[in-house]
Write a protein of this length. Sequence first.
Length: 332
Amino acid sequence: MDKEVMNRNNPSKVSILIPNKDHRELLEPCIKSILELTTYNNYEIVVIENNSSKKEIFAYYDELKSAQKVRVIEYPDLEFNYQKIMNFAVKNCEADYILQLNNDTLLLTPNWLELMLELAERENVGAVSAKLYYPDMSIQHIGGMMSFDDEGDMISGHLFHHIPADVYEKVTFLSHIRDVTWVTGACMMMRKSAYEQVGGMDEEYRLYHGDVDLCMKLRELGMQSMIHPLVELIHFESKSQDQDTTRQYEAEKHYFINKWKDALNEISQETSNILDNSLQYLGAESYAKTKSINVLTQIRETLETQIIGIYASATWKIGYRIARIYRFFVRK
């Protein structure tokens, strides 16, 4: 579609909010990909400078002063808290729509903003995300789901996580716009008014679960989280994190569970019903469980059908849970 025609249909301004500390080697190609590929005109890139110390990044900030669509604002606190940074950024932008974006991403889809806006402008939609790839082009994110395992521990993971290209290219389900339980803050668009309506991001989280919590707050008000699979980016996941944050992860997971216990029980039951009904319909006797990180290899060796749904959480010592075996959706 012609760029000017699309802009007349969607004149709303979009602020792309990118928190950053040092790492010019990540931020520069991220911004370059946006400036060179984006076809939507009414947007700005807001870099939230967060206590950088390397001279290389400040030299790059000086270079960005000549870029009309980019501005750098300075986050005033010394302590890193992603939620506080994002709340600060939203207060310092006047756009109708905000798009949280990690600095370790590369844009692949030129009309990404047009496509995401088509969903984000709907009143029943809260957050919109994209299909994110690892550098090897396996799937990093195409939506998330949550449930509880047999021992009562919460499982939250990326759907189709690490599915390789030779598999997902055959899966019709991956090409469908759909709602999911949550979407990642690595690339998340929403109306600024919706963000403000739910009170922004919960600053009790420092690093983890803040994006999932935001989707839960939107869900509580009847707004869905959506995936637009035609919007594609590469995500060099956690490349900008410089320290082990395992304890932080567990602490914030515990806070999240306590905060959303009732809603999680409801979501878990919904998820189990969907999976059980799907598996029964497809003739699968049960879904497999394994603690092996090589689950895809094992499945391929033992099953004659294609795996197109993985519900996984490798980082929580629960291993991988096979949630769907959907030969039904695989192209012949």
